[in-house]
Design a protein around this ligand. Structure first.
Ligand code: ADP
Length: 475
């Protein structure tokens, strides 16, 4: 029943108000009886009596005690008050009720303090006095025992009614404020709830920022999450489209040549061999792509286990170069390796071989006859102890517009360029980047159209213990 923000806010306000009212009542009950305000009328009466007394006997305090006492006694009798005179040293000279009433206990400073005073007598009773200093320095006191206040009556007639009215008004005000405040907080929350239920999220616009700062923070976080979900959905769609597209071409070729074999269109030995060759090439291409996709899926899911050991990078690179030598010979390209000492690290040898095989393979694909590929391995110490490998070719380079995309999945720069025809599915560099990231390393590329490209891989000497959270699927 009181689970809504509005009800809870209102309840807390009401509780606060109640506590505040109870506290102020307690404080009033405690302080009011001690307040001179309560006895204002009584003090005023004493002052009036004193004024009358002095009007009829201006020299009263200067009279000898024997003459003054009857005057004070008469006056005290008539007005039912106790009248006293003290000398400037605050020593009692005359008390109209001397002998009949208990003497007062006076502290020395008390009389000088103010004109209205509560003084106790020896039995502990409280007296109220009006005090004034006369021309001769003496003090004239007129007073009476402190009247009893019927506190309950005052409470019910004077205090509780205004408190009730004030409390009621404050409650209504609290209701209005709680309503406004709850709307301020709840409306943007409601918008977020509605937006998160909206399916599909593809074309949901970012939510406007409203409400308190914390809610605006939440909206900002929601908008960021919405952006990420939208990007993931987009890239998933593109991924499926890319995979289908990449599979369609080899499948169509396989289908066409298989049919030619079946229906006898390929009727010569040479035609049959050509058909079988195309089918084999395309099947191989598909196989490579499926292996690449599986690798990427495993890297994405973080299930790819790195088999770490000490890897001698110069040795590993030399082995890769040997593998490519016949191909390089055929293409008329020189591959050159320069390595400095101490370039080993802890990592997964097979996966690192996959990285550099891909880079050298690309370099070879895109380097023209007479060109060269240089591999440079060297230890570096900044920002952390690492080994840096540069793979440089003097091929056609990568168009400036393509540079930011070449590590994206399925991205292929203009295939009409030299080497473009030998292109794969655009997954090679994406896998390279993920494997390097799995080793906590980085890969960058520098390239100028017409002036070749340099891929720089930096790998820390110690591979991470646990398989790192690999970057999730991204285009
Ligand atoms: P692919 O398997 O199609 O070669 P990659 O992911 O390995 O895909 O490379 C992506 C794109 O980057 C390629 O299409 C190619 O255009 C470009 N590229 C990669 N390496 C080089 C290079 N050494 N020189 C020129 N272009 C390159």
């Amino acid at each position: 029943m009181f689970s809504s923000l509005r009800a809870r806010l209102w309840l807390s306000y009401a509780l606060l108000l109640f506590v505040a009212l109870v506290f102020s009542s307690i404080i009033l009950i405690f302080y009011l009886p001690r307040s001179p305000l309560f006895y204002r009328q009584t003090y005023a009466r004493f002052e009036a009596i004193q004024t009358m007394l002095l009007a009829s006997h201006p020299e009263l305090t200067s009279l000898p005690a024997i003459h003054a006492l009857p005057i004070l006694q008469d006056m005290g009798e008539i007005y039912q008050v106790r009248i006293l005179i003290y000398d400037p040293d605050q020593k009692l000279i005359i008390d109209s009720r001397a002998g009949s009433t208990t003497p007062l206990i006076l502290s020395r400073r008390a009389l000088l303090a103010r004109s209205n005073l509560i003084i106790r007598d020896e039995t502990g009773r409280s007296w109220l006095f009006y005090i004034s200093k006369q021309a001769d320095g003496k003090l004239l006191l007129v007073g009476e025992v402190r009247p009893r206040i019927v506190f309950l009556a005052i409470l019910t007639s004077e205090i509780i009614p205004p408190f009730l009215v004030a409390g009621l008004l404050a409650l209504i005000l609290a209701l209005i404020v709680a309503y406004g405040l709850a709307r301020w907080i709840a409306n943007p929350l409601q918008t977020i709830v509605l937006a998160s239920r909206r399916v599909p999220v593809e074309d949901s616009p970012a939510l406007p920022l409203h409400g308190p700062r914390e809610i605006q923070e939440l909206t900002r976080a929601f908008n960021a999450m919405l952006g990420r979900v939208q990007a993931t959905q987009r890239s998933q769609r593109e991924f499926i489209a890319n995979v289908s597209h990449e599979l369609k071409t080899p499948l169509t070729a396989i289908q066409g040549f298989a049919q030619a074999l079946q229906d006898g269109t390929a009727d010569t030995e040479a035609a049959r061999l050509q058909a079988a060759g195309v089918i084999q090439d395309e099947a191989e291409r598909m196989n490579r792509m499926v292996i690449d996709l599986l690798d990427l899926a495993r890297l994405d899911a973080g299930t790819l286990v790195l088999h770490k050991s000490q890897v001698d990078l110069p040795f590993l690179l030399a082995k890769i170069i040997r593998k490519f030598t016949p191909q390089a010979h055929k293409a008329g390209v020189i591959i050159n390796l320069v390595s400095e000492n101490d370039a080993s690290l802890v990592g997964d040898g097979d996966r690192l071989a996959q990285v550099f095989t891909n880079l050298v393979d690309n370099a070879l694909k895109y380097t023209l006859t007479g060109g060269r590929i240089d591999l440079l391995v060297r230890p570096v110490n900044s920002p952390f102890p690492a080994v840096e490998v540069n793979v440089t070719d003097n091929g056609p380079g990568i168009p400036l517009g393509s540079l930011p995309n070449i590590f994206n999945r399925f991205y292929q720069a203009d295939p009409s360029r030299p080497g473009g025809k030998k292109h794969g599915a655009g997954l090679g560099l994406a896998i390279v980047k993920e494997i390097v990231a799995a080793h906590d390393g980085t890969i960058t590329v520098r390239s100028e159209p017409g002036n070749g490209s340099t891929f720089t891989v930096t790998l820390p000497r110690t591979a991470p213990d646990a398989h790192p959270g690999l970057s999730r699927f991204k285009k």
